[in-house]
Design a protein around this ligand. Structure first.
Ligand SMILES: [Zn+2]
Ligand SMILES: [Zn+2]
Length: 277
């Protein structure tokens, strides 16, 4: 089995209207490309901030500018008009856990992908609101990021911990702490070990300035030692990005002795042996 679960049916740009992308034809394009690449287990996980309901959780300006769509129309579309698994990419916003739980609960997700894109009001992977313009030291940014990552895992809100070292996204374009980075990863490990959350191996970093898989093998090793299973995704935003760079991800997983991937259904997870179909 190969999976691609962290998948968006449209780019993040404004102007990508629901009606244009949430169509059976668009879903079919994703299914066709996935099939060509041996990915049998395909799901979608739209950003929570594209939905009006997200404004009950958080009112960041980026969210206010994008929160137009009806979350239940999305669920209805995926369940009625596609054969894709139903997910959502939800942000971890400290202090807003109850509000996010309210949004998520009572809706029949196959899985919830949990992400940290913001440290406070500042973003890790958006040019606007860039956290690296705040004057905080790299050690401070990385410490907070991994502390919050552990809290996100422990919150119980999510099934999959997305792009777990997203903080490195800019690569050489932003400062990076010196030395062995495991001192930062360690800050997340209590929450990760306690939750046994699925750890996402994402090839999206290969398409970003950092040019690396998420997460770093050293981080993944720590998660494996903590007993966590692996979820594999591309974070595709167009069909051609499905399964992008999977040979690199599979090579890393093989090297670390991982032979199984998580498969999700109605928020229940099981493990399947890795392999293209
Ligand atoms: Zn993300
Ligand atoms: Zn995503």
């Amino acid at each position: 089995m190969l999976t691609d679960y962290h998948v968006h049916l449209r780019p993040d740009d404004e102007g990508t209207a629901f009606e244009r992308y949430m169509t059976a034809g668009n879903a079919e394009r994703y299914r066709t490309v996935a099939g060509e690449r041996g990915i049998a287990e395909l799901g979608v996980s739209e950003h929570v901030y594209r939905f009006a309901a997200a404004l009950d959780v958080w009112q960041h300006p980026l969210w206010r500018a994008n929160a137009h769509d009806d979350i239940d129309a999305y669920i209805d579309f995926v369940r009625s008009d596609t054969d894709l698994k139903l997910g959502i990419e939800a942000d971890f916003i400290p202090g807003r856990e109850d509000r996010m739980a309210n949004l998520l609960e009572g809706r029949e997700w196959d899985y919830v992908v949990g992400s940290i894109h913001f440290l406070g009001d500042h973003a890790l992977d958006y040019e606007s609101y860039d956290v690296w313009t705040t004057g905080q030291s790299p050690d401070r940014v990385w410490s907070r990021y991994f502390e919050w990552l552990g809290e996100a895992a422990a919150s119980g809100l999510f099934d999959i911990l997305a792009h777990p070292d997203l903080v490195k996204m800019w690569g050489r374009e932003r400062p990076r702490p010196d030395g062995d980075l495991r001192r930062f990863y360690a800050r997340a490990m209590d929450g990760i070990a306690e939750s046994k959350i699925a750890i996402e191996v994402s090839t999206a970093g290969l398409r970003k300035p950092v040019g690396e898989l998420y997460p770093d093998p050293a981080f993944l090793e720590m998660c494996l030692e903590a007993g966590c299973p692996i979820a594999l995704s591309s974070d595709a935003h167009v069909p051609d990005q499905l399964g992008y760079g999977y040979e690199r991800a599979l090579e890393m997983l093989d090297r670390l002795g991982v032979g199984e991937l998580c498969v999700f259904e109605r928020r229940q997870r099981r493990l399947e042996p890795i392999g293209a179909t």
